[in-house]
Design a binder for this molecule. Structure first.
Ligand code: ADP
Length: 450
């Protein structure tokens, strides 16, 4: 605030100077004008010549000023001096005298500034006119202007530093709660995500503190979810790794080549399961919707992609004598998506459908292009009870009694991928209330992100 104040100060000084000069001129100009009037009343025409009857006393009075020199002068219309002080210059260039109106101008006489009042005066109506000028040096005026200026400016020397001190005090008092808040935040322990006490924050800052607390709360939840996930993942990894170790220890002690071979086969299967779990964990980490910026979105023809993936599963379906079908529409089914992740989503859902449908069952993949683009995988397998349908999307959740191999991560991955694509995923009944139907509703291309 000091910089603009200091900038305003010279402007204020200049303005004061101007106004003070105007004020100081006014009463002295009036006195000069009265002198012009007085001289005009002394003019006579005698024998066709203009004369002035100025008594000596009047001349003394005219010059009797303690501070300033006074001059007067009368010239005729040709510029010839009729009376008064010759050295006073005649009005010229833009300062033409006007009849019956007293004008003023600033001049210099012998190097000193003077103020001149002048007018043209008609001595005989419509006939002769003369120019009357009265002038004085500016000492009185300057003294008055200086008094006005110092009267206005001197207090400013005291007021401005006082204002600066008051502003300083006010600001530092006003900002103290802010500094306290800053200190409280700066001295927090690194892992402390507890909310800031709103009551102790200044009123203006409370909305900001509230939003900040919201962010902290979400961060806390996120952190806890991450920690839970790591604990779960470690726990899930422990089982296959423990199995592997025990089987390996058994195999070391085995002497019968046939038994040894069986043990090694078991080890291979356990290693495959552990490998699958690791792959699923990595896929989940990669699909996390918070990583949206890491993925390259492009226009994807969902129908072509789904047809392609379905085709890859024909052999697996055939091995279980499952009738795997595909139904597409005639309408374009373009969405904004990441092809690799969309394939992963469909693979997981299809894998489940085939895994949880008994031999001889039916699985259908369907793409419907309407207001939204819908991907459906329907089976007539064992289905999932109503109360479990939300939970199957949770990480590591497997319906109680599920026998088939699996990590419980497949549908969690699907949900992450769906969220990343701003799609809604749900687990429903199959047709006729048998089996299951997983439905993913995608926004059309160009409508999901700005
Ligand atoms: P998993 O690796 O166990 O298949 P998912 O997350 O893919 O893990 O599925 C979670 C659980 O949901 C499964 O364990 C299974 O009980 C149930 N589930 C998923 N898909 C189907 C389906 N098509 N039919 C019946 N149950 C299913």
């Amino acid at each position: 605030m000091l910089a603009p104040l200091l900038l305003l100060w010279p402007i204020s000084i200049a303005a004061t100077h101007h106004v003070a000069n105007d004020i100081a001129n006014e009463p002295y100009d009036q006195a000069l004008a009265e002198n012009v009037g007085a001289i005009s009343r002394l003019l006579r025409v005698v024998d066709g010549r203009v004369t002035i009857s100025l008594p000596a006393s009047a001349r003394t009075i005219l010059h009797a000023d303690e501070q300033d020199e006074l001059y007067f002068q009368v010239r005729n219309s040709q510029g010839k001096l009729l009376a008064g002080d010759e050295e006073l210059p005649a009005p010229s260039g833009g300062n033409e005298p006007v009849l019956a109106e007293v004008r003023f101008r600033d001049e210099r006489l012998a190097g000193e500034p003077i103020r001149v009042a002048y007018k043209a005066h008609e001595v005989e109506a419509g006939q002769r006119w003369v120019v009357i000028q009265v002038a004085e040096t500016r000492h009185k005026r300057e003294a008055l202007a200086s008094r006005i200026i110092s009267g206005v400016l001197l207090p400013q020397f005291a007021i401005i530093p006082l204002a600066v001190i008051l502003v300083w005090l006010g600001l530092s008092r006003g900002l103290r709660p802010l500094s306290r808040l800053r200190e409280r935040m700066a001295t927090r322990r690194p892992g402390d995500l507890s909310p800031i006490e709103i009551r102790r924050a200044p009123e203006e800052l409370q909305p900001m503190v509230r939003s900040f607390n919201d962010v902290m709360e979400r961060l806390e939840e996120n952190l806890q979810a991450q920690q839970r996930f790591i604990a779960d993942a470690a726990h899930q990894m422990k089982t296959p790794v423990t199995g592997l170790r025990m089987q390996a220890e058994l195999a070391i002690r085995e002497t019968d080549p046939v038994q040894l071979r069986r043990s090694v086969e078991q080890i291979a299967r356990a290693a495959e399961r552990a490998g699958h779990l690791i792959t699923q964990l990595l896929t989940l980490a990669r699909a996390e919707s918070s990583h949206e910026k890491l993925h390259r979105f492009e226009i994807v023809d969902l129908e072509a992609l789904a047809r392609d993936v379905t085709f890859e599963w024909v052999d697996a379906a055939r091995a279980k004598q499952i009738d795997l079908g595909f139904e597409g529409g005639e309408w374009p089914s373009a969405i904004d998506g990441v092809p690799l992740l969309l394939r992963e989503l469909l693979k997981n859902v299809l894998d489940n459908a085939i895994k949880y449908t008994p031999q001889g069952g039916r699985v259908t993949v369907r793409v419907i292009a309407a207001e939204h683009i819908i991907l459906e995988v329907e089976d007539n397998g064992i289905g999932v009870a109503e109360e479990d349908r939300e939970r199957v999307f949770e990480r590591f959740y497997r319906v109680l009694g599920t026998e088939a191999d699996g990590s419980g991560l497949g549908l969690a991955i699907c949900r992450e991928i769906a969220e990343l694509h701003r799609a809604a995923i749900s687990f429903l009944d199959g047709s006729n209330g048998r089996g299951s139907r997983v439905v993913v509703v995608f926004p059309r291309a160009g409508t999901s992100r700005g």
